[in-house]
Design a protein around this ligand. Structure first.
Ligand SMILES: [Zn+2]
Length: 350
């Protein structure tokens, strides 16, 4: 998706088709975690149709939702979960960032104010919307081609197969056409506070991370942060839209928040130690790549020789490792060309 979305468009929208076939799966695969009496995290199975986690907070006059999953169907399942604990209206939807696994359920909440960082709104309008339009055009063209082929087909077996493929393509297309991308209408720069009842709910932009516009939702009195994709727990990060070195700095700011529970965009609820481990992963990545850049060796060699440290072998999204190495290499190379020291801060051993 022209570098804009963390899963390539082809996969994303193709995945929608799979979602059509297995709508009930995500419901079974999502877990509603009660963090306090009024604050819930919805932790999803990455293989379901929701893809990214969400959460919600019951305020005095209504509900605030943080992220809406990857499909309207998953968004509706989120709404069903909300309805198991409250009948208050959903007044606010906060999108942590523009990636579709956090925004494509927005249409389920038509009466809510959709809130995000200004850059998130721009990314949705300038990247996600055109990307969906392109995907619909491609799907329509493929459908026309399949129908034309079917008209000329004389072999009955092949015709049957084609009919099945056309039906499947129709489902895919109607899923795409039913998806309405809802951009945020209320934008913030760095900070916004919602005070409805006793909770002070803060939306904060801490700095660039997985995207350059991602925000977190911080509830200081409860020591909870919904991190969006600023924090991945026990998973390799997507770096497609990221500047890793800046991300590392922003994670230090995340740790400066007075919080004990950190809800990631992907993975189960973590604690401070988990955020530190995530930073350590980036530090390890940097230490692995840095000698290659220092010695003036090429990216090819680094990619060929660098192995994932064994301690990360249980992490999810292992297929991101190669891209992680590549991105770190490029960033360190840029620093080197600017004559900026490329070594990371030295940490005491042991
Ligand atoms: Zn995500």
């Amino acid at each position: 998706m022209t570098g804009s979305n963390w899963i390539p468009a082809v996969f994303l929208y193709a995945a929608l088709l799979g979602c059509n076939a297995g709508l009930s799966a995500a419901d079974e695969n999502a877990q509603l975690i009660r963090l306090t009496e009024d604050i819930y995290a919805r932790i999803v199975n990455p293989d379901g149709n929701a893809v990214g986690n969400s959460g919600f907070i019951i305020l005095q006059r209504g509900v605030l939702v943080f992220d809406t999953h990857f499909t309207p169907e998953a968004g509706r399942q989120l709404l069903e979960d909300i309805r198991t604990v409250t009948f208050k209206p959903v007044r606010y939807v906060v999108n942590s960032h523009h990636h579709p696994d956090h925004t494509h359920g927005n249409q389920v909440f038509p009466d809510a104010h959709v809130i995000a960082n200004r850059g998130t709104r721009e990314n949705i309008l300038e990247k996600d919307l055109p990307s969906l339009d392109r995907t619909i055009q491609i799907a329509q063209t493929q459908m026309d081609r399949m129908r034309n082929t079917a008209l000329k087909e004389t072999d009955p077996d092949r015709l049957d197969t084609l009919k099945l493929e056309i039906r499947s393509q129709q489902d895919y297309l109607s899923t795409l056409l039913n998806l309405k991308i809802v951009p945020p209408l209320v934008v913030l720069e760095d900070y916004m506070s919602i005070q409805d009842g006793t909770l002070d709910v803060r939306i904060r932009f801490l700095g660039p991370g997985e995207t350059d516009t991602g925000t977190v939702l911080y509830i200081p009195s409860e020591r909870i942060v919904f991190c969006g994709d600023l924090f991945f727990k026990n998973a390799l990060p997507n770096i497609q839209d990221a500047d890793i070195l800046k991300w590392m700095e922003t994670l230090e700011k995340l740790l400066q928040l007075e919080a004990d529970r950190f809800v990631p965009g992907h993975g189960i609820v973590g604690n401070r130690r988990d955020v530190e481990n995530f930073i350590t992963y980036f530090e390890d990545l940097r230490s692995l790549v840095e000698p290659y850049v220092s010695r003036g060796e090429g990216l090819d060699r680094a990619l060929k020789e660098i192995r994932m440290p064994a301690k990360y072998s249980g992490y999810r999204f292992m297929n991101f490792f190669r891209a992680n190495v590549q991105k770190m290499f490029t960033e360190l190379k840029t620093l080197q060309m600017l004559s900026i020291p490329i070594e990371g801060p030295k940490k005491p051993k042991g």
